[in-house]
Design a protein around this ligand. Sequence first.
Ligand code: IMP
Length: 429
Amino acid sequence: MTTAIIVGAQWGDEGKGKIVDLFTPNADYVVRFQGGANAGHTLVINGEKTVLHLLPSGVLHPNVHCIIGNGVVIDPKACMDEITELQKRHLIQDPEKLSISPNAHVVMPYHRQIDQLREAQLGDAKIGTTGRGIGPCYEDKVARTGIRMAELIDEKRLRKRLEKILPIKNKYIERMLDGEPLDLEAIIREYAILGRSLAPYVRDVSADLARACAQKKHVLFEGAQGTALDVDHGTYPYVTSSTTVASGACSGSGVGPTMVDEVWGISKAYCTRVGSGPFPTELNNGTGEMLQKKGGEFGATTGRPRRCGWLDLFGLQYAARVNGLTGLVMTKLDVLSGFKTLSVATGYQKDGKPIANFPNDPTELDACTPIYTELPGWEEDVSLVRDINDLPQTARNYLKFVEDYLGIPITLVSVGPGREACIPLKKLF
Ligand code: IMP
């Protein structure tokens, strides 16, 4: 049995979807444990592109059991749309193959509305959210005014909850955000239907996972977003509203930390960020534009161009610490071909002096500048390389430098979008 958590080690969009999908054929269970339809995983399989926002990437494999844990916030409309789309492709035919926790919170229309109106009101100070209602839904979860899947699938309970909650939300929307109030009956009509459609998937996922572990199954936890977007350990307030680091896999699905064997972080060979907030190695120049163009750096969920910069090893070292990484997967190495020299941040300085630890506070981060080490680049196209020994020596040196700096092994290198475009270095399952 192996139980492995895969998390983003940067600001999200590291290519987790492809990596999870790669290991999925040998997994028995794939679990999402946080976030919601703000995530966007682009998978290219046999040349066909699939973008998943909510369902675990494992759904593309008919033999895998997919789980959406209690830590995820579920937009039932987005969820049903994805299920319907996949069913057209003869996937998820059996409802037993997808389990959704009854404790997962539901993203309601007022959450999306509040998210978007608030961002508009914030102007230049906006977070740059995906506008999917994620933050307001998690707020309600903690305030104990949320609606959970168990209520969504029971019309009577849904009505009772909404009758209490909606008038308060409408007051807030109208008075504080100058928005339009929402109609209770219209919401109940739409959401009761969605609840009925999703009911066959709702079951106790913590119990499912305990059984899976007892039967020595392979379980893969699929993180969304990335470490620097974690609500506690990220660059708050420029973060998402969930626990994106590895420990979130336990609380977000109902398994204990002693069940986890491996924690692999995913990092691009460079760095990107969407939305606002500090980004010390950002390149606001032709090099940044080149990375953006070569790497196709446009958001899968919102289509927004991603900010690009050099690899930040100081930040990755922090990610290794807060996640307890046992391995690192490096993606998009092919994008770095053609650069004469490559810079990597190996520290930060503040007031002219190197600092000891990565500061996650944005004000502190703004006051820091990266200390770069320059490494020789390579000209060759590496997208067809499948064996580490066939990489140009300078590319191998780049990977070795990363491993030595972090003190953890690189377990896989990805050199293109397709499933086959990778150099495996360590077996997971
Ligand atoms: P929210 O998750 O929509 O509330 O957005 C909060 C912050 O997280 C914003 O900076 C978003 O751009 C960022 N974010 C949310 N989901 C993703 C993702 O899947 N990849 C990268 N950034 C994300």
